[in-house]
Design a protein around this ligand. Structure first.
Ligand code: HEC
Ligand code: HEC
Ligand code: HEC
Ligand code: HEC
Ligand code: HEC
Length: 442
């Protein structure tokens, strides 16, 4: 018995380890089942997921343009390596089944199934994650529709058809999200995105089960009209996990809405862009203190009350959140002071209070291309559950009576500067969302 066990172990190590080592996991594309097939019995979940940023992760035109643009002109091997790695998370089924392997591959040859980005059979074939960054997902898919294998999820007593099903604790934790929502430069190790780490270091990662709020509890409970943030209710969603299954007390939704209020609309989905706005408008609160106005001082406090991670999070060298402060004369509406207003080109001035990340080339020079990011120059964002206070200095002689002071917390998914760089000047601008606002008359 013992000997057999040993032999099996040695055989497993010698023969299987090199092929089965998670980093090098590779499968046939025919092993994966199209989301269209899943839709046959999971029609609600499919409709929610379609045109989500997961469903669009490969087709997203902003991603495609940025990824191909960042490749151009690179020679440093580390920079090239990073620039070639984008498909790992944006086209994950392609990467594990052979094509595309690199950003520079001809994406028009991408197998149809892989164009569906982060899809049903990728997440529900997952068994664990080998690392908490750069997509270390360990998969155990079936063999296509003839032998679909086990789909794993949160239901403890599933009564499936077509495929087998199994409860998986991994699917109920933040780690299934964290393995992709932490992005590290593959050569320089620079932290490019740290959503999971921000969550892990924050109050929502509590040991007290009553206070613990994982990604799914906010992002997979949202429905139109129900943003499900840290500051709004996150009720159960009774219904059916499958069109042909039993009724359940709670079914997780699959809209995967974050802040992207632009891309789903490009695919005709206005519901998801509206949901992103609902999320953004329930993420933060503002308070304004005008007691110092006689001394030419306005104080604004921004609190991250709704996000489970920093505000903003994700790709924060592209994302922009900023304060727009104006003091106007009550009489004629004349602007006496303004900070954070967009200029004629749609840019936010450097002097404004902007919450984002700026990467550097290793010698202190800012870079827009993440492939070149050897350091973080500044990272000004608001941790979960925390607040920051900003002081605005008004010009001398600004009247402190008969004025209207207004403050808006603004957000857009991409700075105009980056859009201009990648797409050409003025080719595209994305909508600005007011996350919170406050106005006082003095
Ligand atoms: C990004 C990964 C991901 C993708 C893509 C995804 N799911 Fe899920 N799904 C999950 C997670 C995680 C849960 C469980 C959430 C929890 O328990 O906290 C879940 C739950 C489920 C459930 C159980 C429903 C319930 O909560 O009772 C079904 C069924 C399901 N998914 C089907 C699908 C189908 C069909 C698709 C494609 C249209 C899909 N999923 C796409 C991650 C994903
Ligand atoms: C022929 C119908 C059918 C098709 C096609 C189908 N499923 Fe299911 N699936 C079901 C039923 C029925 C259940 C059980 C629902 C329940 O018990 O509430 C289920 C349950 C699940 C669960 C929950 C497992 C758990 O224990 O939490 C997941 C995940 C899942 N399916 C994923 C998928 C994926 C991914 C696809 C496409 C590759 C797919 N299903 C295709 C019928 C189907
Ligand atoms: C295979 C890697 C992968 C996994 C696993 C994954 N994500 Fe994502 N996720 C992405 C990528 C890539 C995008 C961005 C696609 C784009 O913008 O083009 C994204 C986008 C999102 C967005 C939308 C962001 C926005 O700006 O609107 C949300 C919300 C999100 N993911 C939540 C989750 C949650 C919750 C989980 C775990 C249940 C999860 N993700 C698991 C890769 C992943
Ligand atoms: C307490 C609720 C809550 C939890 C927990 C939470 N989020 Fe969020 N998330 C939000 C809110 C609100 C927003 C919209 C504001 C923003 O952009 O940060 C958001 C936005 C996002 C975005 C888009 C950010 C952007 O600006 O592009 C991503 C991606 C995301 N979340 C992923 C995650 C992942 C992954 C986890 C778990 C590690 C997680 N979230 C946990 C509430 C939450
Ligand atoms: C480890 C996984 C991972 C890798 C590798 C990765 N991304 Fe992403 N990407 C994400 C996630 C997660 C998001 C969503 C973040 C958010 O919403 O802010 C995202 C979002 C984006 C977006 C925003 C799209 C939009 O519509 O706003 C762009 C652009 C992007 N990635 C470009 C790239 C490029 C270029 C590369 C390669 C140099 C790359 N990504 C590599 C995970 C990854």
């Amino acid at each position: 018995m013992k000997n057999h066990f040993l032999v099996v172990c040695v055989w497993l190590t010698v023969c299987l380890a090199p092929v089965c080592a998670p980093a090098g996991q590779s499968f046939e594309v025919s092993q994966f089942i199209s989301p269209d097939t899943c839709s046959g019995c999971h029609s609600d979940i499919y409709a929610q997921w379609k045109n989500s940023m997961h469903g669009l992760a490969h087709k997203d035109p902003i991603y495609q343009k940025v990824a191909k643009f960042f490749l151009t002109g690179l020679t440093d091997p580390g920079e090239v390596e990073e620039s070639e790695s984008c498909v790992k998370c944006h086209t994950p089924v392609g990467v594990v089944s052979g094509f595309p392997k690199k950003t520079s591959d001809d994406w028009s040859k991408t197998p149809e199934i892989a164009t569906h980005g982060i899809q049903c059979d990728f997440c529900h074939s997952a068994v664990s994650a080998e690392k908490m960054y750069n997509n270390g997902m360990v998969l155990s898919p079936g063999n296509g529709e003839a032998d679909p294998g086990i789909k794993r999820g949160p239901i403890k007593d599933p009564v499936p058809e077509f495929h087998e099903a199994e409860f998986s604790e991994f699917h109920t934790g933040a780690e299934i999200c964290g393995t992709c929502h932490n992005v590290k430069h593959v050569a320089f190790g620079t932290d490019l995105e740290t959503t999971y780490d921000e969550w892990a270091a924050g109050p929502y990662n509590s040991d007290d089960p009553a206070k613990r709020v994982v990604c799914q509890e906010c992002h997979m409970r949202q429905k139109p009209g129900l943003p499900a943030t840290g500051s709004t209710p996150r009720p159960d969603n009774p219904g059916y996990a499958s069109d042909i299954g039993p009724e359940r007390d709670h079914v997780y939704t699959h809209y995967f809405v974050g802040a992207n209020n632009f891309v789903p609309q490009q695919f005709g989905d206005t519901e998801k862009t509206a949901m992103a706005v609902e999320r953004l408008t329930h993420a933060a609160t503002l308070t304004l203190d005008t007691t110092g106005i006689k001394k030419g001082r306005l104080t604004v406090t921004v609190s991250n009350t709704g996000a489970g991670h920093k505000l903003p999070t994700g790709l924060t060298n592209a994302r922009q959140m900023w304060l727009e402060v104006t003091v106007k004369s009550k009489k004629d509406g004349q602007v006496l002071y303004a900070s954070g207003a967009l200029n004629a080109d749609g840019y936010v001035a450097d002097s404004a209070t902007v919450y984002h990340t700026i990467f550097g080339d290793g010698k202190g020079k800012p870079v827009d291309n993440i492939s070149l990011a050897r350091e973080i120059l500044t990272d000004q964002r608001i941790p979960p559950g925390q607040a920051v206070t900003e002081t605005f200095k008004l010009p001398a002689k600004t009247p402190c009576k008969d004025v209207v002071v207004s403050v808006r917390l603004q957000y857009r998914i991409c700075s105009q500067k980056l859009l201009d760089l990648v797409l050409g000047k003025g080719a595209l601008s994305v909508p600005v969302v007011t996350m919170a606002q406050i106005e006082t008359s003095l």
